[in-house]
Write a protein that binds this ligand. Sequence first.
Ligand code: ATP
Ligand code: MG
Length: 264
Amino acid sequence: MQISIEAHNISVRYAQKPVLWEIDFHLPMGKIIGILGSNGSGKTTLLKSILGLLPTESGYIQVFGKPIAEVLNKIAYIPQKTSIDWDFPASVMDVVLMARYNPKKWFFRYSQADKNMAAQCLQKVNMLEFANRHISELSGGQQQRVFMARALAQEAELYLLDEPFVGIDTTTEEVIWHLLKDLRNQGKTVVLVHHDLQSVERNMDYLLLLNTRLVAAGETAHIFNAENLRATFGGQLPILEQLAERIRLDKLPLREQDFQDRQV
Ligand SMILES: Nc1ncnc2c1ncn2[C@@H]1O[C@H](COP(=O)(O)OP(=O)(O)OP(=O)(O)O)[C@@H](O)[C@H]1O
Ligand SMILES: [Mg+2]
């Protein structure tokens, strides 16, 4: 397995309270990877630790085998919506164009190719008609779509998305899942914090289940089960019953087969 992100013994505390505790994992490259956990389980903290935005108390994290500072230009990040400053004076086009900014060039100016690229990305999320609007004058879901366009325009190798579907309608959500799968099919790695357990199996290849400690990490087919979900979320979740029901149904054809075998 080629590794995208590798974490060893990561612990983070805020004011003496442990928020991540002795986390260890290897994530594959070229997959859609979900981070699942309840509110306050440390998902955003983990993304920020990967990006080097928070000091970790112990351990280390590498991205593509290197310290984060050496690969930041290969990473696109969409923060959780609550932490974005919407008063920032920028149009929709400005926000997407920022993805093309290259601080290493003197007298940097956006080229026509950059502008075309930004327009294409806005088109992909159906937001091109809003290109000249100020970002604060958009609905919540539209703002989220603009941030998705910006992440796409960055042409990154690794996408870290903190709840990218919040406020997004179901039609657009499907469009974005398609875009993420296109990225994955081009060999890019997509890591996203996600809340809708119903869409996990359909869309995610690999999961990281978090509850301050790491509950489990692995291929969705191996670890998305009732026992792990209970350890992650506790209590009774509707999906636990659905999983139990499906296991029961999965067994039915077998019984039918047994029955036919007995008939012969
Ligand atoms: N800046 C901070 N100072 C102190 N405590 C914090 C800070 N940021 C987060 N916390 C606490 O750390 C814990 C984990 O927060 P985090 O934002 O990582 O959770 P999360 O899993 O992303 O939750 P959500 O699903 O609500 O986004 C929470 O208990 C939270 O209250
Ligand atoms: Mg969060």
